[in-house]
Design a protein around this ligand. Structure first.
Ligand code: PFF
Length: 453
């Protein structure tokens, strides 16, 4: 077996649930989810997203935790250990590599976007207000054109994330999540109530839940599926690594259910808060990625107590991003410490450096280096497309095939500890529904399904 090191374990099951929710809930659930709901027809997107979380996300989440816990190691070691145990080729370790490196690529630009949020938090805290839509657009354009300012906040955010990871699994990651996640839930509830009072909650509810069959196009179905993937942190080794610190007795199905439900709930609640304000202040929900950075500051500027709400909102988004960033670092850091015995703090800071440099290049890609493109996209877009639309679905597909078809029923059943009815249900969904779903997303991304539209 690979690396029979003594491994940390979360202090209890709830700690695991909390940190995994911390990984799942991030910019994806708040920033991406809200602008996608806004741009993709509201309720139809929400409904399909929830179905995808249940039918693809949840089964895959369980499979990824299973590999981590069975393999008891970083993504590469966990794949090697389980492959050896089940008589599979050690080439499967490639899956661990794709995940670990993909996570670092995501972190490089994720940290830049989180840096935008930190900048907006700072602006809100010092009392900067944008009164008109033109001023809001200008404020964002100014930030985009200023690589130094963007690079500064990217550096601060990344250093904070590395700092937590360097402190260790329990003392760093678990403690940080135990403080940030409950605060995040509290702020979210406050914001939703505020949204209901200051904004137009009935319009938000109508937009998000009043299902219209006409809005249900193949494009909506497929982008909702991609979003389910990203928002549950699947396929990047993060969940696998967290799962490797889970105690042997915990029921994987049960803890995964908690994570999927809580993750979706945060998306839905923040969507309700964001759309109440968007509609309440007569703004357009379909503006795209700038929804929370342009529409919301405008709403905050016109609301009584708006500065406080703005600060709370950006703290909320920042906490969510921070706990996700930590989980993106952990797979590679755990590999360095377990494979080479490198001290955790050194491994964490050492991992941070290349991510930081790539992130600085991302900061430049909006202004001075915007001429440098790959497939017609600037570096930021190219990295996002490559990691979330190529690496994530492919490694998710590989996980479904590995656990569903390669490991064999007996070890999987033994590790999963599901009931006699629940096990075959999950196993068959993993074997058939998940791969078919992912292949559809992937073809969509490659543009092969355009004829469906
Ligand atoms: N799930 C996170 C979000 O929604 O923002 C992003 C993420 C974290 C993706 C960790 C992948 C990952 F491994």
């Amino acid at each position: 077996m690979n690396q029979p090191v003594s491994r940390s374990t979360w202090t209890n099951r709830w700690a695991f649930i909390l940190v995994t929710i911390g990984s799942a809930v991030g910019l994806g659930n708040i920033w991406k989810f809200s602008y996608l709901v806004g741009a993709k027809g509201g309720s139809a997107f929400v409904l399909v997203y929830l179905c995808c979380v249940a039918l693809i996300g949840l089964p895959l989440l369980m499979a990824e935790i299973l590999i981590g816990r069975r393999g008891r190691g970083n993504p590469v070691a966990a794949m090697l250990n389980t492959a050896e145990e089940t008589g599979n080729s050690s080439w499967w370790a490639l899956l661990g590599w794709v995940g670990m490196l993909g996570a670092l690529v995501i972190l490089s630009y994720y940290s830049v976007v989180a840096g935008w949020i930190a900048d907006y938090l700072y602006q809100a805290a010092i009392g900067v207000r944008v009164e008109t839509a033109a001023a809001a657009a200008q404020a964002f354009a100014d930030l985009e054109r200023d690589p130094l300012r963007m690079g500064f906040w990217h550096t601060v955010f990344l250093a904070l994330s590395v700092g937590v990871t360097a402190r260790g699994v329990v003392a760093g990651i678990e403690v940080a999540n135990k403080i940030m996640m409950p605060s995040l839930f509290l702020i979210l509830v406050l914001l939703t109530v505020w949204g209901a009072v200051a904004g137009d909650m009935p319009a938000a509810l109508h937009f998000m839940y009043d299902f219209k069959i006409k809005a249900l196009t193949p494009g909506v179905v497929l982008s909702a599926m991609g979003q389910a993937f990203f928002s549950l942190s699947l396929g990047m080794g993060a969940i696998m690594t967290y799962g490797s610190y889970l105690d042997k007795e915990a029921r994987i199905g049960y803890v995964s259910l908690w994570v999927a439900v809580a993750g979706s709930l945060v998306g839905l609640l923040s969507g309700m808060a964001i759309f109440s304000l968007t509609f309440g202040y007569g703004l357009d929900p379909s503006v795209g990625p700038e929804l929370i950075l342009q529409a919301l500051p405008l709403a905050f500027a016109h609301m009584p107590g708006g500065q406080l709400v703005a600060v709370l909102f950006f703290v909320f988004v920042l906490f969510a991003a921070w706990t996700s960033a930590i989980s993106l670092l952990e797979p590679f850091v755990s590999w360095l410490t377990e494979r080479y015995g490198i001290h955790r703090a050194k491994a964490a800071w050492g991992t941070g450096v290349p991510v930081w440099l790539l992130g600085l290049a991302v900061c430049m890609s909006f202004s001075r280096w915007s001429d440098f493109t790959m497939f017609g996209r600037n570096l930021f877009d190219a990295l996002d497309q490559c990691a979330t639309n190529v690496m994530m679905p492919l490694s998710g597909l590989a996980i479904a095939i590995y656990v569903g078809w390669m490991m064999g029923r007996a070890p999987v059943r033994d590790e999963m500890k599901l009931g006699v009815r629940a096990f075959p249900l999950w196993f068959n969904v993993l074997r058939y529904v998940v791969p078919v779903g992912i292949v559809l997303v992937f073809f969509h991304v490659l543009g092969l399904l355009d004829w469906l539209k």
